[in-house]
Design a protein around this ligand. Structure first.
Ligand code: TTP
Ligand code: MG
Length: 369
């Protein structure tokens, strides 16, 4: 065996089952067995964010117009979207992931890749590890999750759908080629309805049908995605679990129960925030907060929701730097609703931005429907 061979990676993709609806069913157990959807009302021409599995039996799904859904399923219970609750739940689930690995790439509020290559809790069985993570989520949070386990992100993501809901599926390293070859092209992440139709017109139903095409051919037909498709058809995906994505700063902020007013009151809060920031920085292992310069910033949101941020470069990140920034910008004695302090990171550094999972551009659009 070649000594420079890369070790086989172990990637778990976790996707919560009917996430928004599950959080609502936990609050309202009486809706567990009846068709339930979360979304906008027909009056506001809303759409479903998601629906539970009893509702899916009626053909209901995300992004369907609520008015249409109600016609299809007159007994449908509709609840409004409670975004803060789902965000909080997402944070709690991520905390569970962190017990097993810090290589976490959230894709949206309810979905993440975990690189567990180094975790030997079950003698290196990522399958048993995924089982444990799902059990812990259920025990501690009362929600079910599905998981896919594979040597790369592409296959792990596909596999998490295989036994959904409340199930998991493993693609072992020696099954990769066969699994990919048999995969219907429409299941490949990134192949939308249009590409799928084009592929079907070419007589290509499963990834295996793509094997005779050269990389050049694939690029001509599908542009830059052709490269990925060429690899995916062979079960290859070298993309790392990217914990650094969009992580540009590390910060902490607080919205006060009651607006505070005056420089003195604000300075007291800055002190608490500053200590919090230091704690965050020390927890975020890969952050190199060792200078030579620090891009410090302070955020102020006033009682009227007007917001301002001031940032400057300093040779250190002393509390007095943040106080100086605050005093330079604060319009006393206006009431302050929120204060935040942070440092901006140079590209490539790893932070601990709790809001990172909202940065996935495509999903963010749909999540805010
Ligand atoms: P998904 O994981 O796509 O769906 P889901 O968790 O509801 O159901 P499944 O069991 O099939 O995984 O999306 C996660 C959440 O994102 C979902 O609960 C609601 C929200 N969402 C939207 O708001 N709009 C959308 O169009 C989609 C697809 C999801
Ligand atoms: Mg989901």
């Amino acid at each position: 065996m070649a000594t420079d061979a890369k070790p086989v990676r172990k990637i778990i993709h976790i996707d919560m089952d009917c996430f928004f609806a599950s959080v609502e069913m936990r609050r309202h157990p009486e809706f567990r067995e009846v068709p339930l959807a979360v979304g906008g009302t027909p009056e506001e021409r809303g759409v479903l964010s998601t629906c539970n599995y009893p509702a899916r039996k009626f053909g209901l799904h995300s992004a369907m117009a609520t008015a249409f859904a109600k016609k299809r399923c007159p007994g449908l219970v509709l609840l409004p979207v409670d975004f803060p609750a789902y965000k909080e739940e997402s944070r709690a689930i991520t905390e569970i992931f962190r017990r097993y690995t810090h290589r976490i790439e959230p894709l949206s509020l309810d979905e993440a890749f975990l690189d567990v290559t180094m975790n030997m809790l079950h003698d290196g069985s990522a399958t048993l590890l995924a089982q444990e993570i799902r059990e812990v989520i259920f025990k501690e949070r009362g929600l079910t999750a599905s998981a896919g386990i594979a040597p790369n992100k592409f296959l792990a993501k596909v596999a998490s759908d295989w036994n959904k809901p409340d199930g998991q599926f493993t693609v072992a390293p020696d099954q990769v080629g066969a699994f990919a070859a048999a995969l219907p092209v429409g299941k490949v992440p990134g192949v939308g309805k249009v590409s799928e139709r084009r592929l079907l017109e070419m007589g290509i139903k499963v990834c295996g049908d793509l094997l005779p095409f050269s990389k050049e051919d694939m690029r001509k037909r599908f542009g830059s995605f052709g490269n990925d498709l060429y690899d995916f058809a062979r079960g290859i995906d070298e993309r790392p679990v990217n914990t650094e994505r969009d992580r540009k700063s590390i910060s902490t902020e607080d919205t006060f129960a009651k607006d505070i007013a005056g420089a003195e009151a604000c300075r007291r809060e800055l002190r608490t925030l500053y200590l919090n920031l230091l704690a965050r920085i020390s927890r975020a292992k890969d952050v190199k907060a060792e200078g030579p310069v620090y891009h410090c910033f302070v955020k102020i949101k006033y009682g009227n929701f007007q917001q301002t941020t001031i940032e400057k470069v300093f040779p250190d990140m002393a509390l007095s730097r943040f106080e100086a920034l605050f005093l330079e910008r604060y319009k006393a004695p206006r009431p302050v609703r929120l204060l935040g302090v942070g440092i901006r990171l140079a590209d490539g550094e790893d932070g601990d931005n709790g809001d990172k999972k909202e940065n996935e551009p495509q999903r963010q659009l749909s999540l805010e429907l």
